[in-house]
Design a protein around this ligand. Structure first.
Ligand code: DMJ
Length: 595
């Protein structure tokens, strides 16, 4: 086409003069700016932002007080891909949903006040669980003094490190938590709070505020970070309502998500928290007690963040475990995260298997008894455990053996002693004809574990004890004779006390206090010992963080009234961090997440 030249009209462009073009362009750009800006002043601006920004760019972050939820645009890119789970695992929903997908008006935010109103009882009881009986109260005060002593020494010599080395009076970092620090602080928050050690609690809180760095590089154990850090922060939040703990827990939870980017969605055991380009590390199989011990914390991460992704991840694990064929109904300890098959047939209620079973029954209880799958899986597993692992020694002690492809290893680890408490809390919801049986079994296992303590010279139990070659609840190997301040036996005393009120459990707990004082207390803290069968003890120079979060907390609860952290409202994660039962009444997005 040919443009003809008209008089008075410029030949350039569309036949407009330069000045006319300039005015037109000015008008046009003004109009565009006005329209675009107006969109963001409309009342439903959040939805409009979603039209212009991709889903992943809008990430909800909860800040400030109750119901105060703001949305912060996040830098899109690779990191967000990791956050969303990258490779969808079999059985995952089509798209990994972000907070934004379920995040509408601020009324959707988790309300601490509403949550508190839904508790059936006061969290700390009428008088902080103070027992009326003077002797019990004196014992409780002693435990509190032990906590203060352990804490003060940690603060003095190891502040900000993961654990205290009480003999050399310095801090220990170790390699379980990658670059994360302050494991003893996070593990202690709730213990300090329930004991009313408020100055110490405030110091711990301040450290979280100023010094807890979650952007740390280094390989960390997904399991340990979850049970200690995520669990500790969640508990601290639910006990205190401090938003700081909630936002840290959710922030850390996000960093754990890349671990699930495997073909099956079964997470690897090791994760690098600092690197988004490399979600998980180390090849090999995943461990049942590790990937099976995420459920409680992840359900609460979904509760608090309003982001279903955490619950989806653990429900996927649940589904896979439910479906997979189990030898004799038992769950072996190793599973390939690539093929989703068992790697070998070693079954144990102690290390490698333990807290998977614990989380089944606790998931059921924490769901306000709505999680029927967890219930079914727990009681079916219990049947298999009873049929294959539970044994009676010639001396009449009931114990849990380990199973290696059909051959029994007549050994019980200290870790397996948590099962007295677990079977106890599960007794009530078993088949009516089995309830008393479960309670009896729980008492028998707890009795056996107590025997492993009383049969040692120090009255502390070994890491593992055996029932073969004439041995009955004693360690036969030098390498099994150590005690590292573990809680499991005392944990079972605490549960059995609450369930039966048989005073022997408090007496047994007191025996443990005396033994700890005599053999593990050193000038600057508490230390594990290398051999429970000798009075000339050799200390291992380590005050484990679980001593503060579990051993001392369970002892304190054992000597408290039942109304301190009542079971009607709380379940304890495997690191003894209390998490509330999830009730429909405070569940604000029921339609999205049926319980
Ligand atoms: C704790 O970290 C937890 O109880 C875990 O489940 C296993 N063991 C230690 C304490 O022994």
């Amino acid at each position: 086409m040919v443009f003809r030249k008209l008089p008075g009209v410029s030949a350039s462009g569309m036949g407009l003069r330069l000045s006319q073009k300039f005015v037109f362009l000015l008008f046009l750009s003004g109009l565009v700016t006005l329209c675009f800006g107006a969109l963001f002043f409309l009342p439903d601006s959040v939805r409009l932002k979603r039209i212009f920004l991709s889903k992943t760019e809008v990430q909800a972050v909860t800040v400030g007080s109750d119901n105060d939820v703001r949305e912060h645009p996040k830098r899109p890119g690779k990191e967000q891909e990791h956050l969303r789970g990258m490779t969808p695992a079999k059985g995952d929903s089509k798209q990994k949903t972000t907070s934004a997908d379920h995040h509408g008006a601020s009324s959707d935010a988790f309300s601490f006040k509403k949550f508190q109103k839904c508790l059936l009882k006061a969290t700390l009881g009428t008088d902080g669980g103070r027992p009326a009986d003077p002797q019990t109260n004196e014992r409780r005060e002693k435990v509190k003094e032990m906590m203060k002593f352990a804490w003060d020494n940690y603060k003095r010599y190891a502040w900000g490190k993961n654990e205290l080395r009480p003999l050399t009076k310095n801090g220990h970092i170790g390699n379980m938590f990658g670059g994360l620090r302050g494991a003893s602080i996070i593990d202690s928050l709730d213990t300090l709070y329930i004991m009313g050690l408020m100055d110490e609690y405030n110091d711990a809180k301040e450290w979280v505020q100023t010094s807890l760095d979650l952007n740390s590089n280094g390989e960390a154990s997904l399991f340990e970070v979850n049970i200690r850090y995520v669990g500790g922060l969640l508990s601290a939040y639910y006990l205190t309502g401090e938003e700081l703990f909630k936002s840290k827990a959710v922030e850390l939870g996000e960093k754990l998500l890349p671990a699930f980017s495997t073909p099956t969605g079964i997470p690897r055991g090791v994760i690098n928290l600092g690197s988004w380009s490399w979600g998980w590390a180390s090849a090999g199989s995943s461990i049942l007690a590790e990937f099976g011990t995420l459920h409680l914390e992840f359900v609460h991460l979904t509760e608090l963040s309003n982001n279903p992704i955490y619950k989806e991840k653990v429900m996927n694990i649940r589904k896979l475990l439910n479906k997979i064929e189990k030898p004799h109904g038992l769950y072996p300890n190793f599973l390939s995260p690539v093929s989703g098959n068992w790697v070998q047939h070693h079954v144990s209620i102690g290390g490698l298997g333990d807290s998977f079973y614990e989380y089944l029954i606790k998931s059921y209880l924490m769901s306000d008894k709505k999680d029927e799958d967890a219930k079914k899986m727990y009681y079916t597993a219990m049947e298999a455990i009873e049929a294959n692992l539970v044994q009676k020694s010639p001396g009449g002690l009931t114990y849990m053996a380990e199973w290696r492809g059909g051959i029994l290893d007549h050994k019980m680890g200290h870790l397996a002693c948590f099962s007295g408490g677990m079977i106890g809390i599960g007794a009530d919801d078993g088949a009516p004809e089995k309830r008393q049986h479960y309670l009896d079994l729980a008492a028998e296992i707890t009795h056996t574990c107590h025997e492993s303590y009383t049969r040692s010279t120090t009255k502390l139990g070994p890491e593992a004890f055996r029932f073969d070659s004439g041995a009955e609840a004693t360690a036969t190997r030098l390498s099994d004779r150590y005690y590292i301040l573990r809680p499991e036996v005392i944990e079972s005393y605490m549960y059995m006390w609450r369930l039966t009120h048989d005073p022997k459990y408090r007496d047994w707990g007191w025996e443990a206090v005396e033994a700890l004082e005599q053999h593990c207390r050193v000038e600057s803290g508490f230390s594990g010992i290398r051999d429970v069968y000798t009075m000339t003890v050799s200390h291992d120079n380590m005050q484990q963080s679980f001593f503060l979060s579990e051993t001392l907390k369970y002892l304190y609860l054992l000597f408290s009234d039942d109304d301190l952290l009542p079971f009607e409202d709380w379940v304890f994660n495997t690191e003894a961090h209390p998490l509330p039962i999830v009730r429909k009444s405070y569940h604000f997005f029921l339609s999205s997440f049926p319980l």
